[in-house]
Design a protein around this ligand. Structure first.
Ligand code: AMP
Length: 296
């Protein structure tokens, strides 16, 4: 059978304000952003929950990019919703609201077929839910993402997830917050002691750094991009990278692919540009990135 990817995380209705523009009630969430760059290339089983208010348009997008939507529960109540406002420098944002809605009582239940997915991407969601997904599956590779909220409020559970993780994606500030270290090299060294064999530290417009016990590789961001909305760039990066790993690409190629997809994400609001971009453009951006990869 063709190799497949399971992605667990949030399915959301987002309201976003940038210095130049705003959108209300658009489709977002960590699973959604990760699904587009992966569902275009490999069979994907998204895992999550929506409320009875979820739009037909949202359902249609999930039908289009998923192998099956049978691991998405629908409960009576509101879909998770999130609001964010960006500052002038783009790298800083305020969370305006987080309404859990149907997430409050969510218990992931995964079908037999999805349980045998080769790669799992635990996108941003409460670490207790990430653990519950992991306990139902037996993947070859586990990729995990998280956020500052869970480092603050659920660190013990997050450490349990990390112990079962192969590749951890984390942004610069969160890596320092998690390890209480001042530099990313020291933070990465600490995280490598917690379970993952690879730590990828995301640095926004400065690209990312891939740490293993033996080496550190710097991956630049795509140059010349006009940012419209950075929401979901990290999830898009993770989904693009995970699909490349399902396809058997070497790690640095996979990270470059994730970077190329993330560059498309930030060029539009929500998932609009990730949906629109074609594979030739992604390949061109990926080779530009690969040509500029260096040792840290
Ligand atoms: P990112 O820009 O990569 O941090 O991802 C933003 C996406 O994460 C948005 O589409 C939000 O709906 C979603 N999100 C925000 N807060 C949370 C949370 N606490 N748990 C899960 N997903 C969230």
């Amino acid at each position: 059978m063709e190799k497949s990817l399971l992605i667990a995380g949030s399915i959301a209705i987002d309201s976003i304000e940038t210095p130049n523009d705003k959108r209300e009630n658009i489709l977002g969430g960590s699973v959604t952003h990760a699904l587009i760059p992966s569902g275009k290339r490999v069979p994907v089983f998204p895992v999550g929950i929506v409320g009875s208010d979820f739009s037909d348009e949202g359902s249609q997008i999930y039908e289009t990019f998923s192998e099956t939507t049978e691991n998405i529960q629908c409960a009576s109540g509101n879909t998770f919703s999130w609001g964010g406002r960006y500052h002038e420098n783009w790298d800083k944002r305020d969370t305006l609201f987080t309404e859990l809605g149907v997430f409050e009582d969510y218990k992931p239940e995964i079908t037999e077929t999805a349980r045998s997915a080769d790669v799992i991407f635990l996108a941003n969601i409460h670490p207790a839910l990430q653990l519950s997904v992991l306990e139902q599956c037996s993947p070859r590779l586990v990729i995990t993402d998280s956020m500052n909220l869970w480092i603050d409020t659920a660190k013990e559970k997050l450490l349990e997830v990390l112990n079962k993780t192969d590749i951890f994606l984390v942004n610069e500030d969160e890596s320092k917050q998690l390890t209480e270290k001042n530099g990313i090299e020291e933070a990465a060294a600490d995280i490598l002691q917690l379970g993952p064999e690879t730590v990828i530290i995301k640095k926004g417009s400065s690209g990312s750094a891939v740490f293993t016990n033996d080496e550190c590789t710097c991956i630049p961001a795509v140059s010349g991009i006009t940012v419209q909305d950075p929401t979901g760039a990290g999830d898009t990066f993770g989904g693009g990278m995970a699909a490349s790993l399902v396809l058997g690409e070497p790690l640095i190629d996979a990270v470059s692919s994730g970077t190329a997809w993330a560059s498309a994400c930030v060029e539009g609001f929500g998932i609009e540009m990730t949906i629109k971009i074609n594979s030739a453009e992604i390949e061109q951006r990926k080779s530009e990135i690969l040509g500029a990869v260096s040792s840290c």
